[in-house]
Ligand binder design. Structure first.
Ligand code: DC
Length: 210
C-alpha cells in the first residue's frame, strides 16, 4: 500500500506519517528532509539559492550521508529547503528516488508537499493534513519553548505564513491537495485523534481496494 501525506509546514504531518508507517508496517520517507539537505548544502557552499542550475547540481549530487545532520530539522533548514524547492531542476533530481522508494514490495508512506499530486498520483491513499496558520504557529512556539528556546509567537506566525505562500505559490508542484485526497484539518485535534481519523480513512480505502 502506498500512502501520500501532504500538507503545509508544521501541520503535524511528519508525526502522523511516522505513526501511520509504524502502525501499518510500511517504510517511511520524509521527503522534506531531502529538500532540507539540499538547502543546507547550498547555503554552506555559498551557492546562490535562487540559482536553479547551481541548486540543481547540488540536488543531483546529494548522498545519503548528507541527510545525517541534526541541524536539518531546524527552522533555518526549513527556510533554505523551501527556497531551493521552487526550482524544477531540484525537484526533477529527486523524483526518481522518491518513486523508487515507494515502489518497494510493501509500498511506503511518503510525506511532503506534492506526493499525492506529482510524485505518486496513483497512491492508494492520499491525505492532506492541515491546520490554521495560527494553530500551527502556536504548536511550533510551544514545541520550541518546551526545548528552552526563547521564541516569539508573532515571528513564528509570520514565518509559517511566508513558507505557506512560497510553497503554495511556486509554479512547479505547488502545495495543494490532490483532488482525491482526504482533507484532515487538525486545528481541533490532538495527534492521537488525528491518527485515529487517518487510520479510519486508510482502512476504508484498503477495504474498498480489496
Ligand atoms: O516538510 P518540511 O517542512 O520538512 O519541508 C521543508 C520544505 O521543503 C518545504 O517548506 C518545501 C519543501 N518541500 C517540497 O517542496 N516538497 C516536498 N515534497 C517536501 C518538502
Amino acid at each position: 500500500m502506498t500512502i501520500a501525506i501532504d500538507g503545509p509546514a508544521a501541520a503535524g504531518k511528519g508525526t502522523l506519517a511516522k505513526k501511520v508507517s509504524a502502525h501499518y508496517g510500511l517504510p517511511y520517507l520524509d521527503t522534506g528532509l531531502l529538500y532540507r539537505a539540499i538547502g543546507r548544502r547550498a547555503f554552506d557552499k555559498g551557492v546562490d539559492l535562487d540559482d536553479p542550475q547551481a541548486a540543481g547540481e547540488i540536488a543531483r549530487t546529494l548522498k545519503p550521508t548528507h541527510l545525517d545532520d541534526g541541524s536539518l530539522r531546524g527552522r533555518e533548514a526549513g527556510e533554505l529547503a523551501s527556497r531551493v524547492a521552487v526550482h524544477p531542476s531540484v525537484r526533477a533530481a529527486l523524483t526518481d528516488f522518491q518513486r523508487a522508494f515507494a515502489a518497494g514490495p510493501e509500498g511506503a508512506v511518503l510525506d511532503g508537499r506534492d506526493i499525492g499530486t506529482v510524485i505518486l498520483p496513483d497512491a492508494q491513499v492520499k491525505i492532506f493534513v492541515t491546520a490554521s496558520p495560527e494553530v500551527r504557529a502556536r504548536r511550533r512556539t510551544d514545541e520550541l519553548s518546551a526545548k528552552g528556546r526563547a521564541v516569539d509567537y508573532e515571528r513564528i506566525l509570520a514565518e509559517v505564513r511566508e513558507r505557506d505562500a512560497r510553497d503554495a505559490g511556486r509554479s512547479t508542484a505547488p502545495l495543494k491537495p490532490a483532488p482525491d485526497a482526504h482533507l484532515l484539518d487538525t486545528s481541533e485535534l490532538d495527534i492521537e485523534a488525528a491518527f485515529r481519523a487517518a487510520c479510519e480513512w486508510i482502512d476504508r480505502h484498503r477495504l474498498d481496494g480489496a
